[in-house]
Design a protein around this ligand. Structure first.
Ligand SMILES: Nc1ncnc2c1ncn2[C@@H]1O[C@H](COP(=O)(O)OP(=O)(O)O)[C@@H](O)[C@H]1O
Ligand SMILES: [Mg+2]
Length: 228
């Protein structure tokens, strides 16, 4: 049995419009093992976000394949793909994308309610996760009433409420100070160690990448391993 939960084979991505063609990814192969936590570093414009979007199946490659648990994801129809994505993957972005009109608790519970209609269960689970992430006193606050670090912890709670096996985080600390970045990384580390969640994190910051077991580097649409 394969230990690989996420695999990309020769991914290419070309963005084209009337004026230009951008070759954002030029043939990337990558694999992530169960319980592995890896960082992808690289300068702005090197293709990190494009690659993570394709790995997470929220964008499609021009060429190449992505496998999640050995399933060739882009061969699935949209409904099956959405189901697989929602079951297996939790996303965390640089900007949290929380719904401004809803409280922390509601933002997290809503993510559960999309796939499970049990309202009481959704709110119980949301509360438990938020309390575990140190937000006991912020359950009923709206995003605008929370600090950047607190907002990002709510976004992480929302990403994990459906118990994904993979977390894809694109510059999750890009908007945070050192102390809050550290808190966010401790949370990822804990999820990785305690629940064996596989994690891919794009970051500019070597101090963030150091939390991971492996570091890859992207440059100009290609990926390199930095490990011995
Ligand atoms: N939707 C898009 N349309 C056109 N070009 C894009 C689009 N998204 C990204 N790009 C281009 O692809 C390249 C890689 O971008 P991106 O993946 O955002 O890099 P990174 O996340 O490493 O900063 C850049 O040249 C960027 O301008
Ligand atoms: Mg990016």
């Amino acid at each position: 049995m394969s230990n690989i939960v996420l695999k990309a084979e020769n991914i290419k991505k070309i963005f084209s419009n009337k004026r230009e063609k951008v070759e954002a990814l030029k043939g990337i192969s990558f694999s992530l093992n169960k319980g592995q936590m890896v960082a992808i570093m690289g300068p702005s414009g090197s293709g990190k976000s494009t690659f993570l979007h394709i790995l997470g199946t929220i964008d499609t490659p021009t060429e190449g394949k992505v496998y999640i648990n050995n399933e060739d994801v882009f061969s699935l129809n949209e409904k099956k793909l959405a189901k697989l994505r929602n079951k297996e993957i939790g996303f965390v972005f640089q900007f949290h994308h929380l719904l401004p009109e809803f409280t922390a608790l509601e933002n997290v519970a809503l993510a559960y309610l999309i796939y499970n209609k049990n309202k009481r269960e959704a709110f119980e689970k949301a509360e438990e996760i938020l309390v575990n992430l140190g937000l006991k006193d912020r359950l009923n606050h709206k995003p605008s009433e929370l600090s950047g670090g607190q907002q990002q912890r709510v976004a992480i709670a929302r990403a994990i409420i459906n118990k994904p096996s993979i977390i894809i985080a694109d510059e999750p600390t890009g908007n945070l100070d050192t102390e809050n970045s550290k808190k966010v990384m401790e949370i990822f580390k804990h999820l990785n160690e305690k629940y064996n969640v596989s994690i891919v994190i794009a970051t500019h910051d070597i101090n963030i990448a150091k939390y991971c077991q492996s570091i890859y580097y992207m440059e100009d649409g290609l990926i390199f391993s930095k490990n011995p």
